[in-house]
Design a protein around this ligand. Sequence first.
Ligand code: ZN
Length: 130
Amino acid sequence: MNNKQLRDAAIEASKNAYSPYSKAQVGCALLTSDGSLFAGCNIENASYGGTICAERVAIMKAVSDKKMKLKKLYVYTKEGWPPCGLCRQVMSEFADSNLEVIIGDESGKETVMKFADLMPLSFTPDHLKI
Ligand code: ZN
């Protein structure tokens, strides 16, 4: 699966955003190590704290299907927003060591990086192996 296919899936997912408060439309397409594709959008909540980002929706969909290793993640917003800190922490739980993160915007600009560059010194399950 190439980046264009992931981008298209992320854009498509962003159209399903439930964001009556921020009006932001975020889409995430996630490729797992076995080649499965999962997509998610942001889902807001009147409590605000109950809001969940597109990245976490996609990750939870994958994990609930027992697809635990994230290989490539594409996040799309018109503005090219990067994943928030909470999403980065959730990514660190399931990230393959070579997880590639792509941030795309409406103009087609893409920022491509390894997860380790997006979140250096992340707290991972390895820290709890005593
Ligand atoms: Zn987030």
